[in-house]
Design a protein around this ligand. Structure first.
Ligand SMILES: Nc1nc2c(ncn2[C@@H]2O[C@H](COP(=O)(O)OP(=O)(O)OP(=O)(O)O)[C@@H](O)[C@H]2O)c(=O)[nH]1
Ligand SMILES: Nc1nc2c(ncn2[C@@H]2O[C@H](COP(=O)(O)OP(=O)(O)OP(=O)(O)O)[C@@H](O)[C@H]2O)c(=O)[nH]1
Ligand SMILES: [Mg+2]
Ligand SMILES: [Mg+2]
Lengths: 273, 291
């Protein structure tokens, strides 16, 4: 005996299209539709279903709202992620936000590899009005991280450390990141208290593997989804939060220092549906 | 293409390898989902499957099972979409050629400009780089450092000037200096930013480049096609550089963009160094697509 499906084929297809088009992936899309089917059985009016879907997504993501203002003076925030996902710009935005809140911040330019990475951060530091700790190109990133934490401790500030972009499958670079984390831990017990992974909203299912690998390497405590002012809808946060339980801290919605918003589930869901 | 078949043989054996309608339907749906999860666009996947079903409806004189014919057909269709050998750059046989590099934020344009410069230099071309990203902090510096590392001249762009003005001055100078190829690095921009897309069109009109390269991250998702189409509307790129292929993504986005826009993929970035640059290898992507 096979129970009659909750939606007719055409309705189901339209819901699936919406979710897959938003980069949910087929497994997550089907799971969401299944859950919706149990709640909205027999409803076949597409508009009503889409509204119910939006609500269900917002509700589900509400369980994964992180706190962008959690970091306290004396704590360390490490920003990690693949190449070009918006780490450096996120550091600028976070530093700006916390400085406006009266929290002292010291930025660490621990990307010692990419051309003009430290310079990029220095320009931001100047615009935001926050000190940037750096060394010359090619220096040991862990050493920069260490210096930054020391400087932040002395100033009772938040140490906000930018790292180089790296591919999640690159063993050597993931080892380097583990070392940076270890060295920070040696400078201050329990640090880094916050390890935030930046994700590019325009990417596809690879985001899930990124989250897994970075999490397994250094323990990710929050996600920052950037470039949500673009066309990408970052539906992959659904399978990521489902599997790893990591909260979403904030979103990037532009290239300026003000373009950071705390994660708001309703708005996020409204972009998708 | 052996690995392609291996990946799907699993799906096949799980379905008992029978040839009846419901098994065939389940098999096709498995492939559809596999490709969607590889970031391929549903319209492209739909077309692909439709073409394969048409192939299957024709009789097979070798008497092979439908599933095997389907898989072989799939490999062939993917290879056909991705194109055979990488197409060469369109450069002038004499005089200065202009190459313009465009794309979304963070896709690897500036890094790729350095890589392309190195590649052209090994072909004995005399190259000049022109930074046109006057907005991103230290973007000009980034390209200057890359140029310096490669010992390739970089135009001294003034960040306070408009990109179109800088570009014209640089191109004039390059022509005077008999530079073979001038590569223009533009700022990353959203495809939906009308003003910035207009700027790109204006730049193209002023430079009349021989080659406009669309730089796309190989990890792009379902919005890759609509994004690429907007770049096509603005400047009709003549080629693509696919970056971060070393992240080993399934590659559905490049399959889809190639299928829908027809833009040939000329090069792929396989790492961060200037030497991590290769002519596009369609088999590498094809293999990963059906993993
Ligand atoms: N539109 C938009 N662009 C963004 C956003 N966040 C970052 N960018 C842009 O994306 C590009 C890359 O940003 P970066 O901050 O340099 O990225 P990154 O992760 O530090 O890059 P690497 O250090 O090279 O790995 C820049 O052009 C940024 O301006 C965003 O939320 N919206
Ligand atoms: N692993 C890997 N990283 C790459 C590749 N191409 C570029 N990158 C890295 O991606 C990041 C972004 O590269 P950029 O060249 O700054 O990107 P962009 O498109 O110029 O960025 P905007 O100018 O801000 O739009 C850097 O960390 C590069 O080193 C590649 O093929 N593989
Ligand atoms: Mg950076
Ligand atoms: Mg650039």
């Amino acid at each position: 005996f096979r129970r009659k499906p909750a939606f007719d084929d055409e309705t189901r297809e339209q819901l699936r299209e919406t979710l897959i088009g938003a980069d949910f992936g087929t497994t997550a899309a089907d799971a969401v539709i299944e859950a919706l089917g149990r709640k909205a059985r027999g409803v076949n009016d597409l508009d009503a279903l889409l509204a119910a879907l939006r609500e269900a997504l917002a509700e589900r993501l509400a369980a994964f709202v992180g706190d962008v203002d959690a970091p306290q003076p004396g704590e360390v925030v490490l920003i990690v992620g693949i190449n070009g996902s918006g780490k450096t710009t996120s550091v600028a935005r976070l530093a700006h936000r916390w400085k406006e809140q009266g929290k002292p911040v010291v930025i660490g330019a621990a990307d010692t590899f990419r051309a003009a990475a430290a310079e990029q951060l220095e320009v931001w530091g100047e615009r935001v009005g926050v000190r940037v700790v750096r060394q010359k190109a090619g220096a040991d990133p862990a050493a920069v991280a260490f210096d930054t934490v020391q400087a932040a401790q002395a100033a009772n500030a938040i140490a906000l450390i930018d790292t180089a972009g790296r591919i999640h499958g690159d063993q050597g670079l993931m080892e380097e990141l583990k070392k940076i984390r270890r060295v920070i831990g040696k400078a201050v017990e329990g640090a880094p208290q916050h390890v935030w992974l930046t994700l590019d909203a325009s990417q596809g299912q690879t985001a899930i593997e990124q989250a897994r690998r970075f999490h397994e390497a250094v323990g990710v405590t929050g996600l920052i989804v950037n470039k949500l002012d673009g066309e990408g809808m970052a539906g992959f946060v659904y399978p990521i939060t489902e599997e790893l339980g990591i909260p979403i801290i904030a979103i990037g919605v532009g290239e300026g220092m003000e373009d950071l918003e705390p994660f708001a589930p309703e708005r996020f869901a409204a972009q998708i549906v | 293409f052996e690995r392609l078949t291996e990946g799907l043989t699993g799906a096949l054996s799980a379905l008992g390898g029978r040839a009846d309608d419901s098994t065939r339907h389940a098999f096709i749906e498995t492939i559809r989902d596999r490709l969607l999860d590889a970031d391929a666009h549903p319209d492209v996947v739909g077309d692909l499957i439709e073409r394969l079903e048409n192939r299957l409806s024709r009789p097979d004189d070798e008497g092979r099972p439908a599933s095997e014919r389907f898989l072989t057909g799939l490999e062939e269709e993917i290879a056909r979409i991705l194109g055979g050998q990488a197409e060469p750059l369109r450069l002038r046989s004499s005089g200065t050629s202009a190459v313009m590099v465009v794309g979304l934020q963070g896709t690897g344009k500036t890094t790729s400009v350095g890589k392309l410069a190195q590649h052209l230099r090994t072909q004995k071309k005399n190259v000049m780089l022109v930074p046109l990203d006057v907005k991103r902090p230290a973007a000009i510096e980034q390209l200057q450092i890359l140029g310096r590392d490669l010992d390739i001249p970089v135009w001294d762009t003034d960040a306070r000037q408009k990109p179109v003005k800088v570009a014209r001055a640089a191109l004039k100078a390059a022509e005077k200096q008999k530079v073979d190829v001038v590569i223009f690095d533009t700022a990353g921009r959203l495809a939906i930013d009308q003003e910035l897309m207009r700027e790109l069109t204006q730049l193209r009109d002023k430079l009349r480049p021989q080659e406009i390269l669309y730089v796309m991250d190989a990890m792009a998702g379902q919005t890759a096609v609509q994004t690429a189409e907007r770049f096509v509307e603005a400047v009709r790129p003549s080629g693509m550089i696919l970056t971060k292929v070393d992240a080993d993504p399934r590659g559905g986005a490049v399959l889809s963009v190639r299928a829908r826009t027809g833009i040939p993929v000329k090069f792929m970035g396989v790492g961060e160094k200037a030497s991590d640059f290769e002519p596009f290898d369609p088999t590498r992507i094809a293999r990963r697509l059906l993993d």
